[in-house]
Design a protein around this ligand. Structure first.
Ligand SMILES: C[S@@+](CC[C@H](N)C(=O)[O-])C[C@H]1O[C@@H](n2cnc3c(N)ncnc32)[C@H](O)[C@@H]1O
Length: 160
């Protein structure tokens, strides 16, 4: 089973890269986590709407390639207003996907958020909290929660 974090934005500050890498390297080979960064399309004179549509086009293009290689992959949009998940629920989701060998693709937007149509086309929408988090921090938080979810599945003492 493969977890793919498809996120808008490149050239993150060192603390973000280090934080993400720390949890990524802890994931086991049968639940590996990959980060795919989608460069932010150059911001033109358009409004935020045209920016998120351009980002959505880039995300969709990459998503199509991933789904071609892994048909049946589950897609989840990360949204402040998505379904609230606690760590146990996230862990159960990971376990269910692992049992059937289904890959998971997590979509994280940029500063303007995800395009509503793209978000609606994902299988599910998950929220990490009621707080609006900066997109670089979301990567780190998500990687830690995926790792924590795996430790819960395996009875690893990390989760208390
Ligand atoms: C700065 S936020 C975008 C804010 C934008 N106004 C919105 O409402 O989506 C950047 C991205 O981080 C993710 N994000 C931020 N806070 C989140 C939260 N509490 N739960 C899940 N994802 C979150 C979402 O994917 C969002 O598109």
């Amino acid at each position: 089973m493969h977890l793919v974090l498809l996120a808008i934005g490149t050239r993150m500050p060192a603390w973000v890269t280090e934080g993400f890498n720390e949890y990524q390297k802890r994931m086991p080979p049968d639940m590996r986590l990959t980060l795919e960064e989608i460069p932010m399309p150059k911001r033109g004179k358009g409004d935020a709407g045209s920016q998120i549509r351009a980002e959505a086009d880039a995300l969709r293009k990459r998503l199509e390639t991933i789904v071609k290689k892994s048909p049946g992959a589950k897609t989840v949009a990360l949204e402040v207003n998505g379904r609230a998940l606690d760590t146990h629920a996230l862990s159960r989701k990971l376990g269910e996907l692992k049992d059937v060998g289904q890959d998971l693709v997590l979509l994280v937007g940029g500063p303007d958020g995800l395009c509503p149509e793209l978000s609606a086309s994902a299988h599910e929408r998950w929220s990490l909290s009621n707080l609006t988090l900066p997109h670089p921090l979301v990567r780190v938080l998500l990687a830690e929660q995926l790792y924590r979810g795996w430790t819960l599945l395996t009875g690893h003492p990390y989760h208390r």
